[in-house]
Design a protein around this ligand. Structure first.
Ligand SMILES: [Mg+2]
Length: 189
């Protein structure tokens, strides 16, 4: 896991703190491309960042529910030379600014999350690819497949993949609503 910038580094400890088992705090891990913003292949410039119209509202709902949000993004484009870490930081700065303009914030952005260590069992991973669902399953979290980005194709080929999602949602906003509904039901039990 690699931290993107200082502000996010500052929030790193608090996320770890919040996800200690003793706190039983959930977190929501949200895939970036195809889930928060359009997947255009290798996003390599801030001007090409197109956030889905529902994304800020979805993230705001999680903010209101006091759920920490971590954006996860696989950045093989860096290894492939499509962009460097400085450009990635600029893209993420744009993402954070656009969300902030709509009153939404995330607690961290990680890329290449090959060894997730801070997943509590009550957490969720939202994404459009089978790799997102595998990540959720391997971490003991619940995977929610969204049908944006590559999601429709992932859904059509589910039987080919090692892990099934816990839930399937039209988009990030519906996924968030499913999470909040499930948590309300759990708190009543
Ligand atoms: Mg994706």
């Amino acid at each position: 896991m690699t931290l993107i910038d200082g502000d996010i580094a500052a929030s790193h400890d608090s996320v770890l703190e919040q996800t200690k088992p003793v706190h039983r705090r959930a977190a929501v891990f949200i895939d970036r491309d195809g889930t928060i913003n359009e997947d255009i292949g290798y996003l390599s410039h801030p001007d090409d960042l197109h956030i889905y119209s529902f994304a800020a509202e979805a993230i705001r709902l999680l903010n209101d529910a006091n759920l920490p949000i971590i954006v996860i993004t696989n950045q093989s484009g860096i290894a492939r030379g499509f962009l460097d870490e400085l450009m990635l930081a600029r893209i993420h700065e744009r993402l954070l600014n656009k969300l902030a303009q709509q009153g939404a914030h995330v607690d961290g952005i990680y890329y290449c999350p090959h060894h997730p260590r801070i997943f509590p069992n009550e957490s969720y991973v939202i994404g459009d690819k089978s790799s997102d669902i595998n990540l959720a399953t391997n971490a003991g979290a619940k995977g929610i497949l969204v049908l944006t980005g590559y999601g429709a194709s992932t859904y059509a080929n589910l039987e080919r993949f090692p892990c099934y999602p816990s839930m399937v949602a039209e988009d990030l906003l519906e996924a968030v609503r499913l999470i909040l509904t499930e948590r309300q039901q759990q708190s009543r039990d």
